[in-house]
Design a protein around this ligand. Structure first.
Ligand SMILES: [Zn+2]
Length: 292
């Protein structure tokens, strides 16, 4: 079905789309729909696929910033332990490309990546729209500022900018990458992680895939991500798939959310203390540098 509305592809600028999924929004959305740990998989706004480049974007949710500013997410803080392990591993990974310097984490949440990078010796700050997550960072005395990038208090040049699970949330990804390009040192690196809509998990689970959610506006695959990065002045020096770390209890709860209610039972607490790496191979991790 062709859409009549005038929309522009955030990746290639094309204006020919195919409607692939109508919106699931029935009433007014709230910031709860945008929580990082929201369980409402498969619920999205209207999704359209660009006929030129294949990029999938949500076309009916435009003013999402306010949801992030008001976002509160207790479950996210409860999973801080495994998120910390994840960030420590990620810092370890990109330190092979840039072992020291000034780092900016965009979409810093409560500062978990910032904490991991500080421990590794980076000169580090984070920026985060959610006032609630910002306050959590404050409580832990982590250098996170509240607001949106670009920001007067987050001026470069930075040696490293990290953008982990952020680009899929924004309505103007090209603009964001261009702004990052400006704040990055000439031999700085961009570390970017985003879900892969062409992954096996995404294809098998179709609209049950955990990354189909209201909060996700843009659905990248390797090709569309590479295209947009190149267009924004970046070349990819490494592309891989990151592992995530989960407590067994959290995974169990997630797994149960796929089952009918009568098959669900309470999980024992000790499962919350066992953390395991899971590589679902459904995200893309890229290290980029600026074109020479
Ligand atoms: Zn396109």
């Amino acid at each position: 079905m062709m859409s009549e509305t005038k929309i522009i592809c955030h990746v290639c600028g094309g204006s020919n789309f195919t409607l692939i999924k109508p919106t699931d929004a029935t009433g007014k959305l709230t910031s709860e729909n945008f929580a990082i740990t929201n369980f409402d998989y498969g619920k999205t706004g209207e999704l359209q696929r660009c006929n030129s480049c294949g990029f999938i974007q949500c076309t009916d949710l435009k003013e999402v910033v306010k949801f992030y500013e008001e976002l509160e997410d207790l479950e996210y803080e409860n999973t801080r332990l495994e998120r910390k392990i994840q960030e420590v591993r990620l810092v370890q990974f990109f330190s092979k490309y840039k072992s020291r310097g000034k780092l900016l984490d965009i979409g810093a949440g409560s500062g978990i990546m910032v904490e991991a990078a500080l421990e590794k010796g980076y000169d580090c700050i984070g920026i985060e729209p959610s006032k609630w997550l910002y306050r959590k960072a404050q409580e832990l005395k982590l250098p996170v500022i509240q607001g949106l990038f670009p920001h007067v208090d987050a001026r470069g040049p930075f040696d490293i900018i990290t953008l982990v699970d952020v680009i899929e949330h924004v309505t103007e990804p090209a603009e964001l990458l261009t702004d990052i390009h400006k704040e990055l040192d000439h031999d700085g690196i961009l570390v970017l992680v985003t879900p892969d809509v062409n992954s096996v998990a995404a294809k098998l689970l179709r609209y049950k895939w955990w990354h189909y959610r209201f909060a996700h506006i843009g659905y990248f695959n390797k090709k569309t991500l590479k295209f947009l990065l190149n267009k924004s002045g970046f070349s990819i020096i490494k592309m891989t798939r990151p592992s995530w770390y989960f407590a067994l209890k959290y995974l169990g709860k997630r797994f149960f959310s796929f089952l009918p209610k009568f098959l669900q039972f309470p999980l024992p607490d000790f499962l919350g203390k066992i953390v395991i790496p899971v590589n679902l191979r459904d995200s893309i991790l890229v290290i980029c540098k600026k074109y020479d």
